[in-house]
Write a protein that binds this ligand. Structure first.
Ligand SMILES: [Zn+2]
Length: 300
């Protein structure tokens, strides 16, 4: 693994926020913050619901906990981190949400006390009602530790004298996990499933904007993926869109019984693309009535 160009410690001041700062409290809208390990994870896992919340005026922020600076087969270091930040900003602009990319090296995330404080502060500053993250059992160490860090913050966000520089949350947010296919020690169990049919093209546009990762193949890609003729390039973009379209179709199949619970049989049978989430044991435990308020999409 190549070393990246940066050798400093975490420099959060370099993180970038593309949209407006959080508006005043109590505007009656939900406040959602999602954590992914890399500048594409939140978009892949929750880009659909993120766009749907945003369209209703709710406040959504997608945070990449690392800068993605080893996530390519040809490029690395500072230039790649800058490129990926720009891609994430573009994708999140398409989704209509706020983007933040933290300046921590890709492949080197650890569940340190500094990072626990960092995640705790971000959740508090966003005054989150909903927090999302990967589960802590995942193939990628950065995904795992993002899950651990968010879990470790789940209670601490409510503790007044932990990070007293940022006001603590009086109401514990509800924490949700993104889906995955890992079985050991336990499999993902959906608690809520949402049709993303109304925004699936927007989501595919956002993922298409993350060119270094999908069009070019990211860390395990190669020059062979990138054709030189414009017609073939168009084909390659279509291939990427098709790949993700199938992924969300497969999720609709996999989580069909959960869709039925929320939409009823007839509507659920018609859902083509879906996202699903599992409630974390830590944080607030929303019941099904509250889930319908947190995901206000089921009456449509
Ligand atoms: Zn990732």
């Amino acid at each position: 693994m190549k070393r990246s160009f940066f050798f400093g410690v975490v420099v959060t001041a370099l993180s970038v926020t593309t949209a407006a700062p959080p508006p005043a409290e109590d505007d009656g809208k939900l406040r959602i913050i999602c954590f992914g390990a890399h500048p594409d994870d939140c978009e892949i896992q929750a880009g659909g619901v993120a766009a749907m919340w945003a369209a209703k005026g709710h406040h959504v922020k997608l945070v990449s906990v690392t800068n993605g600076d080893i996530g390519h087969w040809r490029e690395t270091g500072g230039p790649l981190a800058k490129r990926r930040k720009a891609e994430a900003e573009q994708a999140d602009k398409i989704l209509g949400v706020t983007c933040e990319v933290l300046d921590i090296h890709d492949g080197e995330l650890l569940p340190t006390i500094e990072n626990r404080r960092l995640i705790t502060r971000l959740i508090r500053e966003w005054k989150a009602d909903i927090v999302m993250s990967p589960r802590p059992n995942d193939y990628h160490p950065d995904h795992r530790y993002t899950g651990v860090l968010v879990q470790d913050a789940a209670y601490m966000v409510t503790v007044p004298f932990f990070c007293p520089d940022v006001p603590y949350l009086k109401r514990n947010p509800a924490f949700f996990y993104f889906p995955d296919s890992f079985q050991k020690p336990n499999a993902f169990q959906p608690d809520v499933a949402v049709s993303i049919d109304s925004v699936v093209q927007k989501k595919l546009d956002a993922l298409d904007a993350l060119e270094s990762q999908f069009y070019e193949g990211g860390a395990n890609g190669s020059a062979e993926l990138i054709p030189s003729e414009p017609a073939k390039q168009k084909e390659r973009h279509q291939q990427v869109r098709g790949f993700f379209e199938k992924r969300y179709q497969d999720q609709a199949q996999r989580f069909r019984s959960k869709l039925v619970e929320f939409y009823g049989q007839e509507k659920a049978d018609a859902v083509r693309h879906a996202e699903a989430f599992e409630i974390c044991e830590y944080g607030r435990h929303p019941d099904s009535a509250e889930l319908k308020k947190l995901f206000p999409f089921f009456g449509e």
